[in-house]
Ligand binder design. Structure first.
Ligand SMILES: CCNc1nc2cc3[nH]c(NC)nc3cc2c(=O)[nH]1
Ligand SMILES: [Zn+2]
Length: 374
């Protein structure tokens, strides 16, 4: 009987790990890429598409689902898995990031964060306890604590005070959910901005609270690749060896490979689905901007090395036509392919770590996408 939270490392290649994370809705092979299903759907694709593309786990946003359709409504329908017909693992964020990035008026205090809905301007309040109760209503397999993601350029003094409050909030989240209750896991989130010593401070404080996994927050917030990698390389290897490590909101193919090399196991990013909708497609030979005139009469597949539904059935000429005609099918086929590309990248990383060839895999993609793939 799998024990939710059990994390077994099968192989290592440098700091990179090949592991299995057990959850109440099945095992996750890591390194893993998690498609983002913000409002209970991964935009433009269905659960069958996701399964066929090899998705093991998807992400839901607490902030959005709380505001619409409401976490209580979802709970009355049997929880998010049943509601969206996805019976594999789901990770929900705590809404913290959306509140800070989407909501206009907000007040942050020791008690929590007050904000106005981006939908109708109504006033709402997330305490750490409320953020957890929403995720319990959603029934996600992995819950995230409520934290404050300080923006890029926040001063050191504010960053230091903020991480202390984020730790106190993390403790309050832990206090309202017994480890493993209802098979749900809870991850702590490391803050500390771009200061190595504050990152270590945040991690050290969180280690005193039992979490089933730890996430690196506060990155991919507009910083340079150099700053992201500096913090990633510093804190990744310092995170608990025997627990899953999750880098939130990252990233480009090269950012993901850099994260894996620093010992990170789990990634989520809207890049594949968001870029699909503006015609930017990731392929084994680099980025393809499908709206370019050069593809008007190109009968070849988008990516000859890709096994996805889009690449097996449609030509670049057709994909370009759909995109320029703003056909809805364009969003589905482009999103499917980009998701398949990111899932395949993670699969190749798992295989490379098993074979001790991760450095070669990273070098291969560096040759195609450059050092940071932006
Ligand atoms: C669980 C909610 N908390 C939380 N989410 C995040 C989501 C992110 N997404 C990105 N780039 C796209 N950076 C992030 C940082 C955080 C972060 O520091 N905290
Ligand atoms: Zn494809």
């Amino acid at each position: 009987m799998p024990v939710p939270g059990r994390f077994t490392i099968h192989a290592r290649d440098g700091k990179a790990r090949r592991a299995t994370l057990h959850t109440a809705h099945g095992e996750i092979q890591t390194p893993v890429f998690m498609p983002v299903g913000t409002q209970g759907s991964v935009k433009a694709v269905g659960p069958d598409d996701l399964l066929q593309a090899g998705s093991q786990i998807i992400l839901g946003n607490t902030y959005h689902l709380y505001l619409r359709p409401g976490d209580e409504l979802v709970a009355r329908r049997g929880g998010l898995h049943r509601f969206m017909s996805w019976d594999k693992p789901i990770l929900t964020d705590s809404g913290g990031f959306q509140v800070f990035s989407l909501s206009t008026i907000r007040k942050i205090s020791e008690k929590g964060v007050e904000f106005r809905s981006y939908l109708d301007g109504s006033k709402h309040f997330f305490s750490p306890e409320k953020a957890i109760s929403i995720q319990q209503n959603l029934g996600s397999d992995i819950m995230m604590v409520l934290d404050e993601c300080v923006g890029y350029g926040a001063d050191r003094e504010y960053t230091a005070r903020s991480l202390e409050r984020t730790t106190r909030w993390a403790r309050r989240c832990r206090e309202v959910h017994t480890p493993g209750a209802d098979g749900q896991l809870m991850f702590g989130i490391i803050q500390g901005g771009f200061h190595e010593d504050l990152r270590e401070e945040s991690l050290g404080q969180l280690l005193e609270i039992p979490f089933e996994g730890y996430a690196i927050g506060g990155l991919s917030v507009g910083e340079s690749t150099e700053d992201m990698y500096r913090i990633l390389n510093h804190i990744g290897p310092r995170m608990p060896e025997e627990k899953p490590r999750y880098l939130m909101g990252v990233g480009t193919p090269m950012d993901i490979l850099e994260g894996i090399e620093s010992g990170v196991d789990m990634f989520d990013c809207v890049l594949p689905t968001r870029n699909a909708r503006n015609g930017t497609l990731f392929t084994s030979q680099g980025k393809v901007n499908i709206k370019r005139a050069e593809f008007r009469e190109d009968d070849g597949p988008l990516d000859p090395n890709c096994q996805c539904y889009t690449c097996r059935n449609f030509s670049r000429a057709y994909l370009r036509h759909l995109y320029t005609a703003r056909e809805i099918l364009s969003y589905r086929l482009n999103s499917l392919h980009n998701i398949a590309f990111f899932l395949e990248l993670a699969r190749q990383a798992r295989e490379a770590i098993e074979g001790g060839r991760f450095a070669e895999l990273k070098a291969h993609y560096q040759g195609i996408y450059g050092t940071d793939g932006r």
